[in-house]
Design a binder for this molecule. Structure first.
Ligand SMILES: [Fe+2]
Length: 292
C-alpha cells in the first residue's frame, strides 16, 4: 500500500491514508511517513482504532519513547503501559476526575500553546495522539506551524533573535496556572533545557521560530523583558493563518512534529468524559527520522 495525502490547510497538515497503522510498518512505510511529516508536520489518520499496545508499537518504530512529565508527578495511573500518556479527565479508578483534581490541572496546562517536552533535553520529536472517548462539544486540538511563523517574521526581528536562546522549564506552565505546591525533588526532577529561538528543522531544512509556553527566560536577558518578548513571539507564531484546528472523531490518530509545530487543546466540559492517549518519541540520534 502507499501513502495518500490530502492537504488540510494552505501551509501544513494533511490527512493521511493508505497505510494500516495497526500492523508493523515496513521500511518503505516509515520512509513515506517521515517524508510526509517533514513536509506537512501534522498528519491526521482517520479510522485507526488502535489498542494501547498497537499505538506503542507504532510509535516505537520511529524511536525511543518519552515519559515527559511523568518523571515529575509519579502519579498512580490507570493505563497499562507507562509510555502511554493518559490525556484524559479520568482518574486512576476510572471515574471522571474531580473538577479540582491534579489530573485536570495538567489538562488545563495542555490548553496553552506548547511543544511536548520542550522543557527537557532530549526533547520530543513526534507525538501521536489517539482519540478513544470524546465529549459532546469542544476539546478540539489546534496546531501552529513554526516554520511559517519564522518565514513571516520581519527582517529586524529575525536579526534580533538569530543568536538568542530560551530556557524551557517543566513546571513553568503549572506555576502560571497557580499551582506551586511542588517538592524540591519534583522541581529538580527535570532540569531546565535551553533551545535556540531560531532553528533549522533537520528533516525539511526550513528555519523555524522555536517558542512555546514552557519558555520562561531568554538567556542573558532580564526576566521581565524576556517574558514580554517571548509572549510577543508566541502571539506572532499562533496567529490564525498559521493554525490548523483538528475536530476529533473516535479512532483518529494525529501525529505531529514537536520540533516544527506548537499545539494546544481547547476547552470542553470537564464533567464529560474525554479520553485520548499520547505516545511521544525522544529526539535522539537513534530515532528513525529522516534528514533533508
Ligand atoms: Fe501536548
Amino acid at each position: 500500500m502507499s501513502l495518500t495525502l490530502q492537504p488540510l490547510h494552505p501551509l501544513f497538515a494533511a490527512e493521511a491514508s493508505g497505510i494500516d497503522l495497526a500492523r508493523p510498518l515496513s521500511d518503505a512505510d516509515l520512509k513515506q511517513i517521515n517524508a510526509a511529516m517533514n513536509q506537512y508536520a501534522v498528519l491526521v489518520w482517520r479510522g485507526q482504532p488502535l489498542s494501547g499496545q498497537q499505538q506503542i508499537d507504532l510509535t516505537k518504530a520511529f524511536g525511543p519513547l518519552d515519559l515527559g512529565l511523568k518523571k515529575v508527578f509519579k502519579r498512580k495511573e490507570r493505563l497499562e503501559d507507562e509510555h502511554l500518556i493518559d490525556i484524559s479527565n479520568v482518574d486512576a479508578e476510572g471515574q471522571v476526575a474531580r473538577r479540582d483534581s491534579p489530573k485536570n490541572l495538567s489538562n488545563f496546562a495542555n490548553q496553552l500553546w506548547h511543544s511536548d517536552s520542550s522543557f527537557q533535553d532530549p526533547r520530543a520529536a513526534y507525538s501521536m495522539l489517539h482519540a478513544v472517548v470524546l465529549p459532546s462539544w469542544g476539546g478540539t486540538t489546534e496546531f501552529a506551524d513554526l516554520r511559517a511563523a519564522y518565514d513571516a517574521l520581519p527582517e529586524r526581528t529575525r536579526g534580533e533573535i538569530e543568536s538568542l536562546s530560551a530556557e524551557h522549564y517543566a513546571l513553568h506552565t503549572r506555576i502560571l496556572l497557580g499551582d506551586e505546591a511542588y517538592t524540591d525533588d519534583q522541581k529538580k526532577a527535570i532540569p531546565p533545557a535551553v533551545w535556540p529561538l531560531v532553528q533549522t528543522h533537520p528533516g525539511s531544512g526550513r528555519k523555524l521560530l522555536f517558542v512555546g509556553v514552557h519558555a520562561r527566560e531568554i538567556i542573558g536577558w532580564p526576566t521581565a523583558e524576556a517574558r514580554i518578548y517571548l509572549s510577543d513571539l508566541l502571539e506572532h507564531a499562533t496567529q490564525r493563518e498559521f493554525v490548523y484546528r483538528h475536530e476529533w472523531q473516535v479512532g483518529d490518530l494525529v501525529m505531529w512534529d514537536n520540533r516544527s509545530t506548537l499545539h494546544r487543546g481547547r476547552r470542553y466540559d470537564i464533567a464529560e468524559r474525554r479520553e485520548l492517549r499520547r505516545t511521544t518519541i525522544e529526539d535522539v540520534p537513534e530515532a528513525r527520522l529522516m534528514a533533508a
